[in-house]
Design a protein around this ligand. Structure first.
Ligand code: 0O2
Length: 237
């Protein structure tokens, strides 16, 4: 079958108006490739730390019949958040600047059952001889004024690529299920703060954070009291 085109048809007119192909500068293509490569490297660094955490959890669950880790979540920071953070700090927006200045491109969130699990897991991880601790912020012993609680670590882990060993930084946030529940909702509600009485809401959120912290403490003391009676605690899921 042969298809013929009317030169005056609308379809043909729009084909005539197709814009010329835009030439993307070589420099931009090279930077985009470097960005893609950097993201791959951060993803691999996440995998290294995640494996270490999973090994610890498996070992402890066999030894103690109880998993200290409920869940592990991870993400690489979105390009828009990277640009926003670099601009907020008045830093150059480039791949080199991102890698030199931002420690939270790779992020892991570890959700533990009890508060003492947070410190046990964190110590076991930082005690490994290939892990370098860059910074620690204990927002559990020193909660943020808004009530935020979590244990933050910036760690450096060696990742072996074809070109050799590269130290990569990963932010690890460790918190209980209850702290995670609060932080997740706080994160959502923050976006609406400009439309509401943020002072009153802030106080209510802080009050919730304090109740949650108290509950975490109570749950830990209940577990200890059960253990002191020689009763084994199991979490099978
Ligand atoms: P996202 O989307 O979770 O990655 P900065 O990163 O410059 O804002 P700093 O001192 O480098 O601050 O880091 P800090 O204080 O250790 O906290 C960084 C991360 O902790 C945040 O990342 C949040 O994930 C979490 N966080 C800190 N404070 C709060 C809080 O009040 N509420 C909640 N829900 N989370 C908090 P990002 O990059 O801000 O966001």
């Amino acid at each position: 079958m042969q298809i013929t085109m009317n030169p005056n048809s609308e379809l043909n007119q729009s084909a005539v108006n197709v814009p010329e192909v835009v030439q993307v500068p070589e420099r931009l293509i090279a930077e985009a490739k470097r960005f893609q490569e950097a993201m791959m490297m951060y993803t691999c660094a996440i995998r290294e730390i995640k494996t270490k955490l999973e090994v610890l959890n498996d070992e402890l669950s066999v030894r103690n019949q109880r998993n200290p880790i409920e869940m592990i979540k991870s993400r690489v920071k979105k390009p828009s958040s990277i640009v926003e953070k670099l601009q907020r700090r008045n830093l150059e927006v480039s791949v080199d600047s991102m890698m030199a200045n931002l420690d939270d491109i790779a992020g892991i969130r570890v959700i533990c059952s009890f508060v003492d699990d947070i410190y046990a897991v964190s110590e076991m991880l930082t005690g490994q001889d290939d892990i370098k601790v860059i910074a620690i912020k204990d927002y559990i012993k020193n909660p943020k004024p808004n009530g935020y609680r979590s244990y933050h670590m910036i760690l450096e882990v060696p990742v072996f690529f074809s070109s050799g060993k590269t130290p990569m930084r990963v932010e690890v946030q460790v918190r209980t299920i209850a702290m995670d529940f609060w932080a997740s909702l706080d994160h959502q509600l923050k976006y609406k703060k400009e439309f509401i009485d943020s002072d009153a809401i802030g106080q209510e959120l802080k009050a919730c954070a304090d109740v949650i912290a108290e509950t975490d403490e109570k749950m830990l003391s209940i577990r200890k009291s059960i253990e002191s009676q020689g009763i084994e605690i199991k979490n099978d899921y």
